[in-house]
Design a protein around this ligand. Structure first.
Ligand SMILES: Cc1cc2nc3c(=O)[nH]c(=O)nc-3n(C[C@H](O)[C@H](O)[C@H](O)COP(=O)(O)O)c2cc1C
Length: 331
């Protein structure tokens, strides 16, 4: 039965339905966002993580990380930093590109990012995070959000202190990827820990991790009591999932998505050609294909054929051949 959950309002921004696209490096660029918007149902889009240091020198028109069309609204820009001095110039750059919201990455577990003290490793240094958030809050009136994991180890008092600190410094919404820093995607997300966070805070709390279907979303909401959901990998595998969730969970009056897998794939490819420089296209197609191919029983064949393709036109030929041989998606 559709619930009557209201849209979320963060400052001047209305997010309805409360369905969020997760920031994903190499995936949540303009082409995928346009595909998702085409199906509908998403409340807030996201960029991938953007290094705060480089941001002020990136061109909004030519940077594959910053480029967006007018359709892609509202759009949250995710900042990756471990340095309070980078915050001011980075946020000034985001004001110039007309960001609708700004997210702070406090959840990326990659060791490469951790070496710079950024991402999830920030959770080990709450005093620095306090300064970063306070500075960000001083620099913008836009909705300011943060995305965290559950921490390094399960530790309720320290997670509570961290989350309460974020709220106290002016974060407007918190997304919780319900895994510890070291837990891989193979581990079941701990949605019950999102329920704890929700109890501690007054701001909206969004649950993230392991949502691939309407049933997953219903379970996650039941267990976590979250104010909304953030979808990551499934946004690349099934970009129409937002529309399904919006209809079935939030009762949004949008059309049942009609999906032709080849059409989605070739539209994505055409959007890459339209908006990205040639050298920026193939890597993004390979990354997307890794997820999208999971719609097919023998999708690994598509993924490996695209992985070794030398150029986009050969990718198109290989994909056409695959779709001709594999008309039936995975059950
Ligand atoms: C390819 C990939 C790239 C990611 N990049 C980011 C990122 O830039 N920033 C971030 O906060 N999380 C990043 N994540 C984590 C996702 O935002 C999300 O938290 C995670 O995938 C769990 O959600 P899911 O189970 O719905 O995929 C990334 C995940 C993947 C798979």
């Amino acid at each position: 039965m559709p619930s009557t959950l209201p849209a979320l309002t963060l400052r001047n921004l209305t997010i309805g339905p409360p369905l969020f696209l997760a920031p994903m490096a190499g995936l949540t660029h303009s082409a995928l966002r346009q595909i998702i918007i085409g199906f509908g149902g998403v409340g807030l889009l996201s960029t991938e993580m953007l290094g705060a240091r480089r941001l002020p020198s990136e061109s909004p028109r030519f940077s594959p990380f910053l480029f967006r069309t007018d359709l892609e609204r509202p759009l949250s820009y995710q900042l990756l930093t471990s340095s309070v001095t980078e915050i001011g110039p980075a946020i000034a750059a985001l004001h110039k590109v007309d960001a609708e919201a700004i997210d702070l990455n406090i959840g990326c577990p990659s060791p490469r990012i951790g070496r710079f003290g950024a991402g999830a490793s920030l959770m080990e240094r709450p005093d620095e995070v306090r300064q970063i958030v306070a500075e960000a809050r001083k620099c913008t009136d836009l909705p300011l959000t943060a995305k965290i994991r559950l921490g390094i180890e399960f530790n309720e008092p320290s997670l509570k202190e961290f989350c309460v600190m974020l709220e106290g410094e002016g974060i407007d919404l918190l997304t919780v990827h319900a895994r510890l820093k070291k837990e891989s995607f193979a581990r079941k997300p701990h949605w019950e820990w999102v329920a704890k966070v929700k109890e501690w805070l007054n701001i909206p709390v969004i649950a993230n991790g392991g949502i691939f279907s309407v049933a997953d979303a219903e379970n996650c909401l039941r267990i976590s009591g979250a104010d909304g959901l953030m979808i990551g990998r499934a946004a690349a595998t099934t970009p129409w999932l937002f529309a399904e969730l919006a209809r079935k969970i939030y009762g949004s009056p949008i059309d049942q998505p009609v999906v032709s897998l080849p059409q989605v794939y070739f539209t994505f490819l055409a959007l890459l050609e339209e908006h990205f420089r040639p050298e920026r296209r193939l890597g993004r197609l390979k990354e997307f294909t890794h997820y999208f191919a999971q719609n097919f029983k023998f999708g690994h064949h598509l993924a490996t054929r695209i992985q070794s393709t030398p150029n986009l036109s050969e990718a198109r030929t290989r994909a056409e051949a695959f779709f001709a041989d594999n008309p039936t998606p995975a059950a």
